[in-house]
Structure formats: C-alpha cells, structure tokens
Design a protein around this ligand. Structure first.
Ligand SMILES: C[S@@+](CC[C@H](N)C(=O)[O-])C[C@H]1O[C@@H](n2cnc3c(N)ncnc32)[C@H](O)[C@@H]1O
Length: 231
C-alpha cells in the first residue's frame, strides 16, 4: 500500500515510521511518504495560509498552495486526481473512523491524506480536491498529523505481516470476526493475584468452552455499548 501524507511537519513522521508494525509493513513493500506543503508553495517566504475572508481568528490553508503540492506530487490536476485516487482530508467533522472504514482503506492500493493546521482548510480544497473527509473523533486537535498517524497505524496493522508472523488483527475489537463487538477480556500469569482469580474456564484447556465463553463476553460488552466505562 502506498500512503502519501501532505503536511507542514513531515519530520513528525520519522518517529512513526520506526514503530514496529509500521516498520514491518514498510519492509514488506508498503510506503509512507510525506509531502511538505511549504516545499511547493507558489507564494514567497514559504507562505501556505492566509487570514479568513469575513474575519475571525486563525489562518486558513490556501487552495493554491494545496493545489501546487498535489500537482508537484502527482503531475496532474487534483480535480481529476480524486477520480482515480482516494484523497482524504482530515477534518473534525468528517466521516468517523471505525473498523469498517479502516478495512476499506486497507484494501486500497493508494491513499492520500491531507493534514490541516490552524483554522483548517479553505473549503474549496475539500470541495474540489478531496474524495472524502475523515475524523478520528468528535473533538478538535491542533493539526491533522496525529489524526493521519492514527489512520495509518490502524490501516497498516491490518496488512498481512505487519504485526509479525504469529499475530493476527482479524479477531480484535469491532472486527467482523467478533460481529463488530468489543474484544473479550484477557488474562495472563499469575493465575491469582490479591485474591483476584482468572476465570476458571480459561485454565481448563477446553478450547470449545473457551471460545464460547469469549464470544459471550464479547456480546455482553457490546450490550454495555463499548466495554469499560469512565468513572
Ligand atoms: C485546529 S483544527 C481546525 C478546527 C476547525 N477550525 C474546526 O473548528 O473544525 C486544525 C486541523 O487539525 C485536524 N483535526 C483536528 N481535529 C481533528 C479530528 N478530530 N479528526 C481529524 N482531523 C482533525 C484537521 O486537519 C484540521 O484542519
């Protein structure tokens, strides 16, 4: 899979590329490359944003700057580009990222993520260059970079081999293997600690009963709508 991230902070992704499952995915042929808006801006002094028409706080990422960066990377009009490639802007109000969307993205060969900063994107970027908008949750963070990393992390760990040969991402919270429910509880040694015992069934060695217990636990968590609650 080839992922391009457009950002003002490409060096932030150096750390991310070193994370085990990301490094595994890259070693297996995927690519995660960053394009710096500032490196392609047609404006002087590295300008990439401007004040909003109509007034108000903050700076808005300019449409001409994003167009220049997309053209430099792909050598075509971004209006046409989005017809053949998923170009997704990270926005707080976009489609919420969930396991189904992660699987959908992981099945694609190519993906472009646009990170906003400051007040966000000039709306014409979203209207004319993007095939969609994606949100990592209904809250606001300061820029699209961490959101892009969340997306890339979730997508890359779905690729075969990314988690290492003996670990699979198929039976995890919200996966189809668990009918979209949260995962069941896990325990490890010691079997008893401060009087807190591990459920007997998990020590039984009876695989069919363990499978059934796990499925029940997972369903129960789904009924509680999402597992553990905050105090
Ligand atoms: C400070 S935010 C802009 C918020 C915008 N003014 C608003 O009220 O919706 C700057 C950038 O961070 C990114 N961002 C912030 N929160 C996000 C979220 N929940 N999901 C995805 N991207 C987010 C977007 O790229 C956004 O353009």
């Amino acid at each position: 899979m080839q992922i391009d991230v457009f950002t003002l902070f490409p060096h932030w992704f150096d750390w991310f590329r070193g994370q085990r499952h990301v490094a595994n995915a890259l070693a297996l042929g995927s690519a995660l490359e960053c394009v710096d808006y500032r490196a392609h801006t047609p404006l002087s002094a590295g300008q990439v944003d401007d004040t909003p028409f109509g007034g108000g706080a903050g700076m808005v990422l300019r449409v001409d700057v994003v167009e220049a960066a997309l053209r430099a990377r792909y050598g075509e009009d971004p209006v046409a580009l989005r017809e053949r490639r998923r170009v997704i802007a990270l926005t707080p109000g976009g489609r919420l990222l969930d396991d189904a969307l992660v699987s959908e993205l992981a099945a694609a060969d190519e993906l472009t993520l646009l990170c906003g900063r400051y007040e966000g994107f000039d709306e014409r970027i979203l209207d004319h260059f993007c095939s969609g908008q994606l949100s990592i949750g209904r809250y606001v963070i300061s820029g699209g970079e961490l959101a892009a990393m969340v997306v890339c992390d979730a997508v890359l760990r779905k690729l075969p081999g990314a988690l290492g040969s003996n670990i699979s991402a198929t039976e995890e919270s919200f996966s189809t293997a668990l009918d979209g429910a949260p995962e069941y509880p896990h325990y490890t040694r010691p079997a008893a600690w401060r009087g807190w015992a591990v459920p007997e069934v998990l020590l039984s060695g009876h695989h069919a009963r363990i499978r059934e217990w796990r499925a029940q636990q997972s369903r129960a968590r789904a009924r509680q709508s999402g597992g553990a609650s905050l105090p």
